[in-house]
Design a protein around this ligand. Sequence first.
Ligand SMILES: [Mg+2]
Length: 220
Amino acid sequence: MKKLIIDFDSTLVKIETLDKLAELALAENENKDEIVEEIKRITEMGMNGEITFPESLERRISLINTHKDIVESLARLIKEELSDSVLDNLDFFMKNRNDIFIISGGFKDLIFPTAEILGVYPKNILANDFVFDENGVLAGVDKENLMAKENGKVNQLKELNLSGELIMVGDGWTDYQVREFGVADKFIAYTENVSREKVVRKADIVVDNFNEVIGYFYKK
Ligand SMILES: [Mg+2]
């Protein structure tokens, strides 16, 4: 029995959700362009394995000064950003929901509304938690969450202790690491939205659309 463990940003959806949050949050800020560029640069450095994930996350969140309302409105916008071939296969997700997990260095508040369209159970979503202060201002990240720590995807997946053949699908370095550390049995590099050479080189399989993931999932 196979299980799909799927990344969110630039895999299930076309975008990097934290980059979008920065754009929205900084819309009125006169230094917006510089700060957004800086956040994208930090995202890429993390993706390519040049800095650790906790460092990347903390640096980005500290640059985004925002409010719960903005987070909620972005969460609604993200629902429109499903990758084209994912949107074409909603029935597959619903039918196999017991064997589908989302694992993301992103945030539950931004993922849940989209995951609901796919039919992924909330309990099968492993992601970070924002911390807001009493006025609803974004104050940081829940650092106790395994996903906020180094090798978050690896350790979180290990802790789930899932049975069967685990297939990790994603576009980033942290997705590959799940396979590198032996927690997943296969790593599928997902390039529908972005193709990262360093990640693709490490993949067992490279696909550019979700139909190929489904093909592998059903393969005997
Ligand atoms: Mg990704």
